[in-house]
Structure formats: C-alpha cells, structure tokens
Design a protein around this ligand. Structure first.
Ligand SMILES: Cc1cc2nc3c(=O)[nH]c(=O)nc-3n(C[C@H](O)[C@H](O)[C@H](O)COP(=O)(O)OP(=O)(O)OC[C@H]3O[C@@H](n4cnc5c(N)ncnc54)[C@H](O)[C@@H]3O)c2cc1C
Length: 394
C-alpha cells in the first residue's frame, strides 16, 4: 500500500516538528516519519532537562559554517522573538540565565508538548518506529520512501535527521547519506560542544581534581571564552571547554587562565610582603580550590615559603597558572557531544527556503545542515528558524 501526502518530514526533532506544524497550518498534508520510539529526544535532553530553547542575542557570529552568511536569512525571518512569542502563547514559564540564555522553568517536556500540540492542531500525522530502507526520486517534485511500514510518496521531502551525537537518542547518518545520494556535498563531520580528554601524562597529574569547577578563560587560536571549567575523570569539561571544542583541532594546544580576574604575580608579591612564611601552595589556595592549588604549584616549590621565591620564580608560577598551555588528547566524541560540526553544504541550498538548488522538492533543515551554533540556545534556534522557513515553502 502506498500512502501519499504533500509533505514528508524525516525526523521528529526540533526542526522537523517546527517545519511540519508550519506546513500543516498552510493546509498541506504532512507526515513526519522517525525511527525512534518517541519524538523529540534531544529536546528533552537539552539544557540539562530545562531546554535552553533560544538566546536573547542571536547573530550570525554565534554560528560556525563554511558559509558564514547562510544562516542570516532564516534567523531574521523566524527570530528568537518569534519563538519566545510562541512559548508565551502556550503559557510556558521561562527564565533568563547568564549570556541571555532562556531556559524552560518546568522542564524541556513543555517545549516538546507545545510542538506536538501545534502539530496535532495542524493535522500532522506522526509515524514513529518507522525504519527508512530507501529514498528515491520518482520525477520532478515526486519522492518515494520505502520503509518497514510501507511506501510513502510525497511532493516535498524534508530531511530533518539531525547530527550524529548521542547515538542512543535516535541519531543516524541518514540525512548525510540522502544528501550524497543526490550529489550534494557534505562537509566533514566532527563532534562539537564536547568535553576534551587529556594526554596520559596530564591525566595522571590532574586525576585528583575530578569534580572541581573554576571560572576560567580558555583560548584556542584567536577565540577565547570565559566561563566555568570543570575537571572530570576523563579530562576537561564545563561551558568554557565545550565552547572551545568548536575551535580546537587535534594536535593543537589550548591556553587556560585559571584566575582570569587577577594578576597572580602581583597577588603573590603582595602576599609575600604580608605573609613571607606562607608556603606557595597555601598562598595559591587563597585564590584557587585547595586541591587545584596543590597540583598547579610546581612540586619543587610547593612547600617553600614565599619569602624564598625570587621575583622571576613568582612570575614563572603565575605564568603556569594564567597562561597554562595544554595539549588535549582528543574529545569524548559523539557519545557526549551536543552537536555535529560540518554537514550538508549550505551552498547547495536556498537560504530562503532550505530547498536543494539542484533537486526541487528536497529540503534540509536543522543540525544536518553545515550550521553549528555555539553554546547558549543557538542550535535550537537554528532548528526553529530553518524549520519555519522550509515550512513556508514545502
Ligand atoms: C545533551 C544535549 C543537550 C543539548 N542542549 C541544547 C540546548 O540546551 N540548547 C540548544 O540550543 N541546543 C542544545 N542541544 C543541541 C540541540 O538539541 C540540537 O542541535 C537540535 O535538537 C537539532 O535539532 P534537529 O531537529 O536538527 O535534530 P534532532 O532534534 O536531533 O532530531 C532528529 C530526529 O531525526 C530522527 N532520525 C535520525 N535518523 C533517522 C533515521 N535514519 N530514520 C528516521 N528518523 C531518524 C531522530 O530520531 C530524531 O528524532 C543539545 C544537544 C544534546 C545532545
């Protein structure tokens, strides 16, 4: 049996549901197909369960892409304010946190419920646990999907399959395969917004620090982020590290300032004046968590009174803590990454409609596209904006 609708959206995630509800509202018949048991798994996981659904300050600079201008059109046509208006209309309470990030007070489930309610109202059919076996093009604006539930045909096919991160969440590479099948370039993929692991020597040295969090400035190349840094059993995490993971390339060093608000050399000189008999590691513990101070103090000087350290040594110690250079071993990979860098080439798509230029009727939206937001609600905003745009044209 063949089921025919105007639109098929592959992927019941953030972008797919937004696109489906928009298309449904326009009177299009829409079916969303997903192989997972439940829709919107990543929405539920997002923001530590409180869905950082957007940011008050959304600009193209908050996104990485081989085409840095591509995202501008969608982000301005369906902006953070449009999504906030939708959230308000559904009576969902939210709060503003640092850097303009907006989080759901009652949990991510409220955002998913909102999208599903909108889809229901717009008459969207939702087919979960549907495995896609093949996608074929029958002619101009005519596609067929062969699945374990039968054959589905449509005039507009929207690929909203997301990225590769968190394999248990329903993530798959299907969207990238469909792009390649239609000879659309896919930029190399890599895990992003991901904790960094350490080289064995550093891992051993920092092993006792797991659980410690400090405010730090972390630098890689020309980019610097000042946010919390967390020491873990496997390496380094926390917002500052997740942000820098988008810049970091294997083999590169990162620079860490563990006391970004302070001139540590001046601080140690001052302590030397007033507390000359204080041991170096105790002096450092005035500003850093004790365990971290003990590790960052060079072992040969850790127990030496400040009075016995020369100015050059003080400077050297301060440099080690404020310009700490570290070569990460790698990343934790897709297992814990929040996003996938790279993806479907923007140049192959219309920035207004998200339709593939060379394949009329085929659309790509959300994370499958080569647009990666920084930490702070930008990835979901891209999903809403790109989904909304495609929803106007499918
Ligand atoms: C732990 C975590 C926390 C995050 N927190 C935030 C946050 O707070 N703010 C923010 O902006 N971003 C956050 N993100 C990123 C954000 O969730 C994603 O960028 C966003 O969900 C992407 O939306 P999407 O619709 O493109 O893809 P997804 O939401 O991933 O949806 C893709 C859908 O496609 C389906 N699918 C995949 N392959 C197939 C297939 N072969 N057949 C059928 N269906 C398929 C999947 O089952 C899934 O339902 C977080 C990500 C993670 C992993």
């Amino acid at each position: 049996m063949t089921d025919t609708t105007d639109v098929i959206v592959i992927g019941a995630g953030a972008a797919g549901l937004m696109c489906a509800m928009q298309a449904g509202r326009r009177g299009r018949t829409v079916r969303v197909i997903d192989h997972a048991r439940r829709p919107g798994r990543k929405i539920l996981m997002s923001g530590g369960g409180h869905c950082n659904f957007t940011n008050e300050d959304v600009r193209a600079e908050h996104y990485l892409s081989h085409n840095p201008h591509f995202c501008k059109s969608a982000l301005s046509r369906f902006s953070q304010w449009d999504f906030i208006e939708l959230v308000r209309r559904h009576g969902i309470a939210f709060s503003r946190r640092e850097h303009g990030q907006l989080f759901c007070d009652e949990g991510s489930g409220r955002i998913l419920e909102m999208l599903l309610a909108e889809c229901r109202q717009a008459g969207v059919a939702l087919g979960m646990e549907t495995e896609i076996e093949a996608v074929s093009r029958l002619g101009e604006r005519r596609f067929a999907l062969h699945t374990n539930q039968g054959i589905y045909e449509c005039a507009s096919l929207v690929v909203a399959t997301g990225g590769l991160s968190i394999p248990g969440s329903g993530a798959s590479g299907l969207g990238f395969e469909i792009a390649r099948q239609f000879e659309i370039q896919v930029w190399p993929l890599a895990p992003g917004l991901v904790p960094l692991t350490l080289q064995p020597k550093d891992k051993e040295r920092l092993a006792d620090l797991a659980g410690i969090a400090v405010e730090a400035a972390v630098r890689c190349g020309k980019k610097q982020f000042r946010d919390p840094l967390l020491f873990t059993h496997r390496g380094l995490s926390g917002p500052a590290i997740l942000q820098i993971s988008l810049e970091w390339q294997p083999g590169q060093e990162i620079g860490i300032d563990l006391l970004p608000e302070l001139n540590l050399a001046e601080e140690l000189e001052a302590q030397r004046q007033h507390h000359p008999r204080r041991a170096l590691k105790s002096a450092l513990a005035e500003r850093l968590p004790k365990r971290l101070a003990a590790v960052m103090a060079p072992p040969e000087w850790a127990d030496i009174p400040l009075a016995r350290l020369s100015s050059a040594q003080v400077q050297q110690i301060a440099t080690g803590i404020q310009q700490w250079r570290l070569k990460p071993g790698g990343t934790e990979g897709y297992r814990t990454a929040e996003v996938t860098l790279g993806g479907v080439d923007c140049d192959a798509l219309s920035s207004k409609t998200m339709e593939a230029r060379a394949v009329p009727g085929l659309f790509f939206i959300g994370e499958v596209v080569d647009i990666t937001g920084r930490l702070g609600g930008y990835n979901l905003q891209w999903a809403w904006s790109s989904g909304w745009c495609a929803g106007q044209y499918v």
